[in-house]
Write a new protein. Structure first.
Length: 227
């Protein structure tokens, strides 16, 4: 049976060295660095992982000029390590997750902070705060075998050349394996899934014209906020 109109293009992320990674779903974890949890007024050990999603077509490529998000005056950056999966499953043990990983990238979880505050106050979902257009800038994906061991890597976010975030990935409350395992208890993970693994302290607002650069080991991302 034919579609009634042409379907949109498959969302995809660039792979370093060539090729495209077809994006199926984007999962994100909140509150995964203790200092950031405290920064947002929470207790890092009080709750299990908090997950939310973004639409696959929220991806914005490295080097993109991203329009300032509509319906907000409080757009924030959150630099994060992103994991790209080549396989999945349900109820995966933490020690069995490495073979599922295709690669890694630097990403930014753009957030309409005013929407998020309202949602928290009302006990409502974070959809409008997190899932808006081009809210998931993503650097080129580095294959896992080329990225190497990132456990000791430093995540750095700079805005207009000024460092705003700097923290080792070892400060994550839940490791990459823990995150994949916990997600697989709630969703069947599959090839093409991306997982944003959380942000450290130092998040803050962006203004029109700001240049954002995120570095995590060999992974990098650069984008500019437009009008």
């Amino acid at each position: 049976m034919a579609f009634v109109f042409d379907p949109p293009p498959q969302p995809a992320a660039r792979i370093a060295g060539g090729g495209l990674f077809p994006v199926r779903r984007i999962f994100c974890i909140g509150r995964n660095y203790a200092d950031h949890v405290r920064e947002m007024g929470g207790d890092p050990k009080a709750q299990p992982p908090v997950f939310f999603t973004k639409p696959a077509d929220a991806i914005a490529a490295n080097g993109t000029v991203i329009p300032y998000a509509q319906a907000t005056d409080d757009l924030h950056y959150e630099g994060e390590l992103v994991v790209a999966l080549k396989d999945g499953g349900k109820n995966i043990a933490p020690g069995k997750t490495d073979d599922l990983i295709f690669g890694y990238a630097a990403g930014c979880d753009l957030t309409r902070r005013d929407h998020q505050r309202c949602a928290k106050d009302a006990g409502a979902p974070w959809d409008t705060a997190k899932g808006f257009d081009q809210s998931a800038p993503l650097g080129d994906i580095i294959r896992a075998e080329e990225a190497g061991d990132l456990s000791a890597a430093q995540l750095k976010t700079a805005v207009n050349g000024e460092t705003r975030q700097s923290a080792p990935l070892s400060q994550m409350i839940w490791s990459v394996g823990d995150i994949i395992a916990a997600l697989s208890e709630q969703f069947e993970l599959k090839a093409g899934d991306l997982i944003f693994t959380g942000t450290p302290e130092g998040v803050g607002p962006l203004r029109r014209g700001d240049e954002v650069a995120i570095e995590i080991g060999p992974c990098g991302l650069h984008f500019r906020i437009g009008e």
